[in-house]
Design a protein around this ligand. Sequence first.
Ligand code: AHR
Length: 838
Amino acid sequence: MKQFSKIVLLFIVAMGLALQSFGVNPKDKSPHKVYLFAYATEKDKGHNGLHFAWSNDKVNWFAIGPEHAFLKCDYGRWGGEKRMLQPFLFKDDAGLYHCLWSVNETDNVLAHAASPDLVSWNRQTYVPVMKEGNVEKLSVSAKGGRYHIHWISKDKPYGNSTIDFKNYSATVSSAQAPLSTEILLNGGKQAGSITEVDYTLVENLIKTAQAVKYKNTHNKTSPESDAKLFAGLKPLQAKITIDAKKSKKISNLLTGVFFEDINYAADGGLYAELVQNRDFEYNTGDKTGNDATWNHTTAWTGVFTLDSLNSIHTNNKHYAVVKNGAIANTGFDGIAVKAGEKYDFSVFAKGAKFTVKIKDASGAVLAEASIKPGTDWKKYAAVLKPNKTVVDATLEISTTGETAVDMVSLFPQKTYKGHKNGLRADLAESVANLRPRFMRFPGGCVAHGDGIENIYRWKNTIGPLESRKGMRNLWGYHQSMGLGYFEYFQYCEDMGAEPVPVLAAGVPCQNSGTGGAGQQFGIPMEHMDEYVQDVLDLIEYANGSATSAWGKKRAEAGHPKPFNLKYIGIGNEDLITDVFEERYTMIVNAVRKKYPDITVIGTVGPFFEGADYREGWAIADKLNIPMIDEHYYEQPGWFINNQNFYDSYDRSKSKVYLGEYASWGSTMYNALAEALYLTSLERNGDVVSMASYAPLLAREKHTQWNPDLIYFNGSEVKPTVNYYVQQLYGSNPGDAYLQSFVTLSDNSEANKRFGVSAVTDAATGDLIIKLANVLPVSITPELELKDIAPVGAATYTLFTEKPDSKTGKPNVTTLSAKEALVKELPPYSFTVIRFKTK
Ligand code: AHR
């Protein structure tokens, strides 16, 4: 409330200043009707979206914002391809504003969105009805209940008409040229359209632009800005009362992990295979823009030919033929092996006898074995035990005759929980040590893919490894699918985490650039039944009896007992369009009909606000979807300033799974902003059921996304400071939230920097108090417990580092409960106090 009035005050001052600088005194000159000019800046070539300027005489124009875009086009691949050209704004008879625009010079797509106030825009439609691309001018007029669109492409006028901006009449050459308006704005010419509007609307646009600017500035906090903001602040005291009588049930699944195959998280990461491109199926097409150096021979050296005649499986066409020579695999930046440990070598081979060797960088042989294959394809195996620990070994296969090889594999026997085809033990353990209550997989964008052909199909990832269908990873490399759905389910089971698979909602990533731009009109409706069936089959694969069609495949893979799947995600932060809604609705309804006990998790776009968020929630309300997956990556200041984000969520609506979030950075400051925000998620644990930091894993030198929670290379795992915050929450969950009342000795901005959350855990009977201090001064607490009392000593975990530090670990000690409840909380610290209660 305090913060809100501050914002309002700031608006009023800002508004006054803004209007004065426009030469308008709001007190005595508020014209009822003014002109609004809508345009996209020429110099940005449409990348910067829709802008407005206003005037009361069509001569003197005042830019609103002016850097603020009120609407951005979401068509096409992320980055440079999302453009808005020649926007035309008009108001219909019902008072709704419409904006139409061309998306680029080539795709002939006419885009449309509508808004009641020019601030909140509804979903966009993209219809390929234009001709000759390169729209030079565009306008709309209304006549006889229809909207007539006129435009010029390549100097020729065209037109069509519509009543709903979804279905258009055939495009014809038109005699009528579009209306075109040019104004002089800030000394330069701008082309656009003029609409007459109420001045109150303009006022609201100005306020909106100012508010965005204010919030952005306000969210840009850092240790440096803290030093100024809190200069002179003395150590604080905090009176905290925790009342066990005022408690509510919260989710006991609150923190978990989101695994995506990004940053080499799967192949070259969690999947323990040490050979890269073991099946010779890497392809130049795996890389955006086709990289010729990335191909069937990637990670292999030596002389060999590639063949695909009579291959080991139709899904695995290529193999290598070595003649009187040797080939070697360099792994993922070298193969890391440990002296004295056992490694399973396996290969499909035929032809002459061959020798396999693990060699170090100097060429010294660390382990070797010889195999004499037959004349037909067969799988062979050997155990290799290197005599030296190195991080950059190679795996060599040599022959004095002619040998064909495929699926060349080297696996440590020491995998996580010892599974064959298992997970790299150190990495899998570091994820398991987060104590995740669930795991979402196999990805965000990876799940819905770069184009329809790249949608992740779970059926391609199960069964014998040689039959799995590897494919291009949207993040610009290859996914072998060696880590497939069976392995994901098994990993969840091993960690005691609920599996949360996420499947595409029948549309690829809104940022697709392959096979067309953006969402690409979805899987054709004639193939949707088949796709819906795939989704249903996944549930049978996980939960069906070992004799059911898909349950049988799970049993064959070694798991006759069901995996007890309870959640399924449909869609990943998709662009909410009609194309999306039609397919999403089909899938959601089919799952609910056949498996009413499965909790469907829907999607509401990539941000905490905006059209996708609003429209996604509207669909969730309409379909009564039990849980919604929200995503946001923001500045640490956003997390500090938005701790009340869920306080006002309607408890009668869908629950929330915060499936992806992170503050932009890997410093202690970021980690603490997240720790603070998590206190607010616990407080809202009655509506927020699950939350997972993203992305989880990143192999050094192969990151497409930063920051990540855990970095690694071939032999080391490097958790970030953010990791330890997640771990402290994961290890200290509760199932009831106890209300706490906090009074800080300084009644200022400092309040927002101190988060307290008290939960109890029914299984252990423990009370857990989390205290996040994101201030440059210490806080001495005075904790009063009502209707709950400690028994015995407290486990006291303190995590404190300099705010810009990227290293450090929590320190665990045992204190008497009395001491723990009053112990000073250092500046920039996160503390967890845990004890038994009576
Ligand atoms: O976590 C990285 C990416 O962020 C995910 O793939 C996507 O869902 C989001 O945009």
